[in-house]
Design a protein around this ligand. Structure first.
Ligand code: HEM
Length: 512
């Protein structure tokens, strides 16, 4: 039987070595005489140092800095017309959750007030296994071709030679990949610096699928809307906090929860049928676009509350392992290629970061028993006892009967899916243009220009500046001209892109 007491703490416990032997003197080091060299036989001393030497595990390659807490998710509205997931089979169902919020680009010691998207990852412990919703605080993302992810991330990490962050790399990438513009405009707008971790919304970004027992499905996008609204910090204040209190976000959330001021989120879904997807102006899998709320209204489904701080940050937050591939029957990934790549990438990095048995760690272990043919491996502490490790007729497992008729039907592919998502066209500039003209007010536009000019102005390459200016000019001429003036360089014309009617999107939906 595993010794569960290793996870507990006791007040006034007797000091011991790691094998549990009591030690009288914590600073003692066995040596020969008063000044002699140390003795290898002093296990207590070697145990202490050897463990200390191995305290670090790899930090997350992205989203390394973060804060997390536990709480619950409660189903508030009936959505049995959308999904057969047991979690949603009754209004009032509750599940324990762990949420981890994070910045993306910086190292684990970097400032919480960086201008960066924020991760918003939720582990929902359901009676059909863990459902992970690994979201961000923005409804769109920079890429829609997954192979671009490592390139894009590297441009926000450190230069291979100088080991410095480099605005030239950052804008060099973005100016060559203008599908990023929508996300870039959100990033350099007010929402680019949320006020800590617990005053922001969360979005699936990706399109997922709610599936019913007969295999029918709808596409969905999920929204967590924080009660009290999305709060942001002015750029100057963020810079000041980065020096005076780089852990501002972690501290604020921990204190809020300790005080009983629990972060609470109302959870909504947008849904889209296959028929609607075929007629939709944009590709329904395009992660750089929002689904307009007028056309696809928010439907309430639940609420989430964070009411418990971790007792041990490392065990409960650093070791938590989220993956978009941790899903339960009734909720599936769509064919969005970025999402499909993520399905591989997260468990892969967990095996590297935490080990092959990462799902056995207490924070990751499902609340339901595991029964399968996976055995052993490094740091196994739950190896399924004496149960056969093969498909045995003598002691067989039972198999889920409930969904015997569950047909795993993939969505219908329409048109030139690959070209559609890869190609840049005028369709890519409509939502950024609406953001600039309709969502931003005068003050927001002013701050946007200042924020971009401050960052892009740091790039040394005139070519990179010009190219990015052309991208913003394609969004809106007035935006381009104002930015040119703030950068102190001549205005430029827009980039050349296909018109909407020449795009593969148009051809694939209207000509097919
Ligand atoms: C973390 C890969 C896109 C949200 C990570 C990690 C990897 C990764 C390797 C580190 C995980 C860990 O060590 O635990 C990728 C790849 C992407 C991608 C390959 C695209 C091809 C996205 C998108 C979103 C997202 C589009 C949101 C919509 C997150 C979050 C975390 C994370 C929230 C932090 C999870 C945590 O708190 O532990 N990603 N990512 N990622 N990613 Fe992504």
């Amino acid at each position: 039987m595993p010794a569960t007491h290793v996870f507990e703490t006791q007040d006034g416990a007797t000091y011991t070595t790691s094998n549990g032997a009591p030690v009288a003197e914590p600073y003692a080091a066995g040596k020969i005489g008063n000044s002699g060299p140390l003795l290898l036989q002093d296990f207590h001393h070697i145990d202490l140092l050897a463990h200390f030497d191995r305290e670090r595990i790899p930090e997350r390659v992205v989203h390394a800095k973060g804060a997390g807490a536990h709480g619950y998710f409660e189903v508030t509205h009936d959505i049995t017309d959308l999904t057969c997931a047991a979690l949603f089979n009754k209004v009032g169902n509750k599940a324990r959750i762990t949420i981890r919020f994070s910045t993306v680009g910086g190292e684990s010691g970097s400032a919480d007030t960086a201008r960066d998207p924020r991760g918003f990852a939720i582990k929902i412990r359901t009676e059909e296994g863990n459902l992970d919703w690994v979201f961000n605080n923005t409804p769109v993302f920079f890429i829609r071709d997954p192979a671009k992810f490592p390139h894009f991330i590297h441009t926000q990490k450190r230069d291979p030679q100088t080991h410095l962050k480099d605005p030239d790399m950052f804008w060099d990438y973005l100016s060559q990949n203008p599908e990023s513009t929508h996300q870039v405009m959100i990033l350099f707008g007010d929402r680019g610096i949320p006020d800590g971790y617990h005053h922001m919304h969360g979005y699936s970004g990706h399109t997922f699928k709610f599936v019913k027992e007969d295999g029918s499905f709808v596409y969905t996008r999920i929204h967590f809307r924080v009660r009290g609204g999305f709060k942001t910090i002015p750029a100057e204040k963020a810079t000041e906090l980065a020096g005076s209190n780089p852990d501002y976000g972690i501290e604020a959330m921990f204190n809020a929860i300790e005080k009983g001021d629990y972060p609470t989120y109302d959870v909504f879904v947008q849904t889209m049928t296959v028929e609607q997807a075929e007629k939709f102006k944009w590709n329904h899998l395009d992660l750089t676009k929002v689904w307009p709320h007028g056309e696809f209204p928010l439907r309430p489904i639940g609420k989430a509350v964070l009411n418990e701080n971790p007792k041990n940050y490392f065990a409960e937050i650093e070791q938590v392992a989220f993956s978009p591939s941790h899903v339960v029957p009734g909720f599936e990934a769509s064919a969005d290629p970025v999402l499909q790549s993520r399905l591989f990438s997260y468990p892969d990095t967990h095996r590297h970061r935490l080990g092959v048995n990462y799902q056995q760690l207490p924070v990751n272990a499902p609340i339901v028993p595991i029964a399968n043919f996976q055995r052993d491996g490094a740091m196994t502490f739950a190896s399924q006892g004496s149960r056969p490790n093969y498909q045995s007729s003598i002691q067989p497992l039972t198999y889920q009967k409930k969904r015997a008729n569950y047909i795993h039907r993939h969505e219908k592919f329409i048109g030139h899916a690959l070209l559609d998502l890869t190609e840049i066209s005028e369709l890519d500039f409509e939502q950024p243009r609406a953001l600039w003209n309709k969502v931003f007010d005068d003050g927001a536009r002013e701050r946007f220009i200042k924020n971009v000019a401050g960052h892009l102005g740091g790039a040394k390459s005139a070519e990179v500046k010009k190219r990015q200016l052309a991208v913003f000019t394609t969004v809106d001429k007035n935006l381009g001209d104002r930015l040119a003036s703030a950068l102190g360089i001549p205005p430029v014309g827009p980039i050349k892109v296909k018109s909407a009617s020449e795009s593969w999107r148009f051809k694939s939906t209207l000509a097919d």
